[in-house]
Design a protein around this ligand. Structure first.
Ligand SMILES: Cc1cc2nc3c(=O)[nH]c(=O)nc-3n(C[C@H](O)[C@H](O)[C@H](O)COP(=O)(O)OP(=O)(O)OC[C@H]3O[C@@H](n4cnc5c(N)ncnc54)[C@H](O)[C@@H]3O)c2cc1C
Length: 348
């Protein structure tokens, strides 16, 4: 049937694009639907893509190990997509012991993670304001990726491998049928054996029972008026803020208050909170003069435990690949590789 696919993927953020790229290698007839363009809508459009392994959750840490491996592989294919600038993570005192245990389990010669002294940290990030009781984790091979470029490259690669990509099409409704699923757009009904909902925070609009909510992630671009902007990623548990290098003169900063809602449209505007990001960044680096340059109203689809919704609901001919909870850039490509195997086994 002309308008019948093996699989329809809804959303071409990092999740949908990476999944399409993996599934397209199997020869299954695949359609990728995106209301904007790959990487230009939702979380992936604003994401700064910090990639690190340490996380207080061992489950997420396990995902991140696979994520780093996959980004390294993608960096060989597309040099520069993953910049390994190093990461400093300031731990609250009560988390130091737990982190030591996790480091024993997860630090490796392939990807070392170490607790370092204040003196060593100052060498990595001169002028860093380190709270007196803080533990300092260093991931010298951590860094950041470009999620927008990754979406475009992955979607392009998927097309080269046979996936059909339809941009500018918003899915209005998904309905399970006895022998497949129908995907309704404004003007058309498309059918498939399986539909994957990878619409980020919007996924719940299509499948209301997904245990997902939207959370704002206000992110700011700051300009360094002095010497060059910081060139290392920084995550500070004390203030809940973080920084990611942008270029010689610019740095990205986050951590300002977040808001929750049932859907992205119900989130309040966050522009007023960008001065808070500047203030937090300035507390971390008091000697680096910074100015607010720009603010981004980012958001993502969250789950209560920050773990993604990655599951096949065979009886409804549906799969979910969403709920990456503000952490997905680091491991989505690896999760997509694994989930695509499950999907292909089911469909073949
Ligand atoms: C400001 C910000 C900073 C972040 N920083 C980091 C970080 O440093 N490190 C990290 O690991 N993670 C980070 N994240 C989180 C990470 O980027 C996300 O978890 C990840 O990008 C989610 O990808 P996704 O494909 O699931 O969702 P999205 O990127 O939201 O993609 C969903 C896509 O579906 C499309 N869509 C939605 N509804 C429909 C519909 N009805 N029909 C058709 N298409 C539809 C949207 O247009 C969008 O393109 C950050 C996120 C934000 C917002």
């Amino acid at each position: 049937m002309a308008n019948h696919w093996d699989i329809i993927i809804i959303g071409a953020g990092l999740a949908g694009s990476a999944l399409a790229e993996n599934i397209s290698q199997s020869g299954l007839r695949t359609l990728l639907l995106e209301s904007a363009e790959p990487g230009s809508g939702g979380a992936s459009a604003c994401s700064r893509g910090i990639v690190r392994v340490y996380d207080p959750s061992p489950t997420l840490m396990q995902y991140n190990v696979g994520g780093v491996r996959e980004w390294r592989r993608l960096n060989q294919r597309w040099p520069g997509i993953f910049r390994q600038c190093g990461i400093i993570y300031l731990l609250r005192e009560e988390h130091i012991q737990g982190a030591q245990g996790l480091l024993r389990a997860f630090s490796s010669s392939e990807y070392p993670i170490a607790l370092i002294s204040r003196h060593q940290a100052q060498r990595v990030m001169p002028g860093l304001n380190i709270p007196s009781q803080a533990g300092i984790l260093h991931e010298p091979q951590g860094g950041y990726v470009n999620p927008r470029l990754a979406c475009q490259l992955l979607a392009h690669q998927a097309r080269e491998q046979g996936t059909e990509l339809l941009e500018g099409v918003q899915v209005k409704r998904v309905e399970s049928q006895s022998n497949g699923v129908s995907v309704h757009t404004e003007h058309q009904v498309l059918t498939a054996r399986l539909a994957v909902v990878a619409a980020g925070a919007h996924s719940r609009t299509l499948i209301p029972e997904i245990p997902l909510f939207s959370r704002s992630i206000p992110l700011s671009t700051l300009y360094s008026t002095g010497a060059q902007a910081p060139q290392t990623c920084l995550i500070d548990e004390y203030s809940g803020s973080y920084m990611r290098p942008g270029s010689t003169s610019f740095v990205f900063a986050g951590g300002a208050p977040q808001h929750d809602a049932t859907a992205p449209a119900a989130l309040p505007q966050t522009r007023g909170v960008h001065p808070a990001n500047l203030q937090l960044a300035q507390q971390m680096l008091p000697d680096v003069p910074l100015q607010l340059s720009h603010g981004w109203d980012g958001y993502d689809g969250y789950t209560a435990d920050f773990l993604p919704q990655t599951r096949l609901i065979a009886e409804r001919h549906l799969a979910l690949f969403c709920g990456f909870s503000g952490r997905g850039a680091k491991y989505i490509p690896d999760a997509a590789r694994q989930f695509s195997q499950q999907i292909c086994e089911y469909l073949q």
